[in-house]
Structure formats: C-alpha cells, structure tokens
Design a protein around this ligand. Sequence first.
Ligand SMILES: Cc1cc2nc3c(=O)[nH]c(=O)nc-3n(C[C@H](O)[C@H](O)[C@H](O)COP(=O)(O)OP(=O)(O)OC[C@H]3O[C@@H](n4cnc5c(N)ncnc54)[C@H](O)[C@@H]3O)c2cc1C
Length: 426
Amino acid sequence: MTEAPIVDTDVLVLGAGVSGLGFANWWREQRPDERVVVCEADSEVGGYCKTVTKAGFVWDYSGHFFHFKDPAIEAWLRARMPGQEVRTIERVAKIRYAGRDIDFPFQKHIHQLPLDEFLECLTELYFRPHGEPRSFGEMLYQRLGKGITEKFLRPYNEKLYATSLDALDVDAMGRFFPHADIADIIANMRPGHRQHGYNATFTYPAGGAIQYIHALLRDLPPGTVATGEPVTSIDLAARIATTPKRRLRYRRIVSSAPLRALARICNVPHDGSVFTSNQVLVFNLGFDRKGARDVHWMYFPDPALSFYRVGWYDNIFDSDRMSLYVEIGLPDGAHPDVAALRTRVLDDLRREQIITDHQLVAEHSVAMDPAYCHITKASLAETARLKALLAAEDVHSVGRYGGWTYCSIEDNLLETRALATSLARG
Ligand SMILES: Cc1cc2nc3c(=O)[nH]c(=O)nc-3n(C[C@H](O)[C@H](O)[C@H](O)COP(=O)(O)OP(=O)(O)OC[C@H]3O[C@@H](n4cnc5c(N)ncnc54)[C@H](O)[C@@H]3O)c2cc1C
C-alpha cells in the first residue's frame, strides 16, 4: 500500500466552526504569508452554527441568538455580510410556571408569582443558608434560597443538564448565570423598572446563524477549508497529522475538536471519563399559521413536560407562520427514540396551548452531542492539564468543546483572536 502524500502547512486547524474559522481569519491578519489548512470532519462547514431551510422556514441547529459585548467583533462580522438583514431585538423571554408566564430571569420577577408563593420566595431568600457552596446545586440554595431554587432554578437546570446539579462546579454556568442579590430583586419590583439579565437585546440575521460562518469564510483564500476530511491521528514528535486523504506536516495546530477526542488523536494519556455533557435533541417545527406573538423564547421547568425551552423564530422577523425550535436535554450516551419524542413534543405543545389547530407543514430534527459540557472540578483540572501539555507541543485546543466550557460564539471569536495575537508575538 502506498503512503498518502505529504503536504506542508504552517498552521493546521481542526474544525470549520466559529472557532476554527475565527482563528484562520485572525492568523491571516497576523501572518498573511503563512499557509493555513482547515480540515473539517463533517461534509459541511459551520459546526453547531449551521442553518437548515425548508419550505420557507429558516432554522438553526438550536436557538442561536447573538449577544455581542464587543462592538468591534459585531462590526467585523457585519461588514462581511453585505445584503443580509440583521435585526437587533429587545428580547422577550418568559418562564411558564404553574400556568403563568413570568418574565425571565425568574429570580428578579418573583413579585409576578401568586402572593403566597412570592412571600415564600422572599422569606426563603432572606433566610437562605450561608456558607461556601461546594457545587452548583448548593450555590443556588445559598445565593437565592429554597423557594426560588425549588420552583424554577433546580427543576429547569436538571432538565437542561440531565444530571445532578450537585455534581457540577459552583461556576458551571460562568457569566451566563443571572445572579441577583436581594437589592436587585427588590429594586426590580418597582413599577416601570425592568432588568433583563445578561442579554437584554439580541441580534439575528434573516438567513440564520450560518451567515456568521459565511462572513468568516469570505476573506479566506480558496482551498483553505477541506470538508469531509477528519484528522484521525497526530504524531506530536514528527509533527505530522493524518487524514483519510493525506498527511499534513505542520508547524502548529489549532484544534476546535472536543478535547477528549484531540487527546485521543494525539495519543496523549488522559482521563476521558471527566468530560461528560448533556445532549440536546432539537425539533424545528414549521406550522401553517401564526401562534403567540409577544415572546421570543420560553423556559419550562415542569418535569412532566418533555422540553426545557421553546423559541419562536417567526417573532423575530414578524413572519406569518409559526416557526418553533423545541429543545430537550438528554443524558450522555442516551439513544433517544426520536419518533416517540416527536409525538410527545407535539402533545406537550398542545397541552401548553402553544399549538391548537395548527397544521405542521415542515420539520427537522438534530441531536447536538455534546451540547452543554458538565463543568466539574475534575473536568476543569483535566482541561487545564491537557491544554498546557498540548500547548507545549504547539497544539492549541480552543472553542466550546476544545476548552470544555460554556460560551457564546462571540467568546469563541475573542478567544481565537487573543490566541492569534499571542502566538504571533511568540
Ligand atoms: C443548544 C445550544 C444553544 C446555543 N445557543 C447559542 C446562542 O444562542 N448564541 C451563541 O452565541 N452561542 C450559542 N451556543 C454556543 C455555540 O454554538 C458555540 O459556542 C459555537 O458554535 C462553538 O463553535 P466551535 O467552533 O468552538 O465548535 P463546533 O461548532 O463544535 O465546531 C467544531 C468543528 O470541529 C469539527 N471536528 C471535530 N473533530 C474533528 C477532527 N478530528 N477533524 C476535523 N474536524 C473535526 C466538528 O465537525 C465541528 O464542525 C449554543 C450551543 C448549544 C449547544
């Protein structure tokens, strides 16, 4: 058998999602003369930022709404999306709690609960246990009290993460957890005073999340990205990566593959058991006519309901047919019966009166696995160890799954921009 040909590249990038393509762009800004090859295992670019269009509906892999903190990043992307309508929307997010719709975040809107439950949440908040929390679950009780935790935060997050909250690190959600102290909560009860949490507005392109990927592809020289070409092994000593089509002799690797997979490909001893996560099964559903108008997404803590969140794409661009994404959290390694869950989802949507006599005219489903990483003390320690060990070999693990973390696409762009700058400085 003849060996696959060797190709030389300065930088080899694993993955053509936001992180991989982001790095390829930032590196070109730093070192325009260097050769960059991006190998993508899937047959299409985008990673989790893919968009599906069917019968006039535009759906992402899951509700992907964008909250940019750095105006330069947003402007950079938008400059590469000519002709694309991008709307900035004041988000309306609700929680369906015992038949009522409470504004999100729950902890800042307990005054919208029935009086007895409001008083229960308020007194439990005041008399909450004090101490140094050892887990995400303990943190909820110690910061927000039993009422708020048991009515919403615990059941909702257990559905989402599909694991015990006591297994997760205190800071498992990082800045995405809407913290609130008593003063915030009471200030928010004043009439006309609304606080929204971490994302008061969001932006969304008419063509879906893939538009950001198209923006990231725009300045890359043709031939930079190879789809359907997984990197299957990396010889760290020889600096040669192998794909089913060729061998790539590299000087440096930037990988957005899940960290445990990268460690395996590099033949580096590691503890893969610490990298657990949930899976998210997403049903995108298009109906013949409009449904609720005044909401962008809604959280469902009720354990009896299959989904933890439902979102309305049609209320972003005021289109006249209801276009939903429905998200279900499942444990690691589960093999869901998708057809049975689809039936349950439609029944549950009817139960919640999200659909009545609507006709389903188009649909799509996708399982995102991994989706939300279970951030634990052990995963944090193993991530830090592996990243440092690989970086010493000039293999840099980035992105949501390369860093086994909770982040947004903007975070992926900021992280890869900072890495490109620091590598260029040597
Ligand atoms: C349910 C859900 C909802 C989300 N909602 C939002 C949101 O509203 N807003 C937001 O900003 N962010 C959101 N995110 C986060 C966002 O999706 C991620 O931050 C982002 O897509 C991660 O990009 P990435 O490039 O790091 O990883 P990925 O998108 O996972 O890309 C990695 C790529 O690497 C490829 N790959 C893996 N192994 C190999 C290999 N060996 N060789 C070659 N290629 C390989 C994969 O095929 C993949 O294409 C959400 C995430 C989830 C799960």
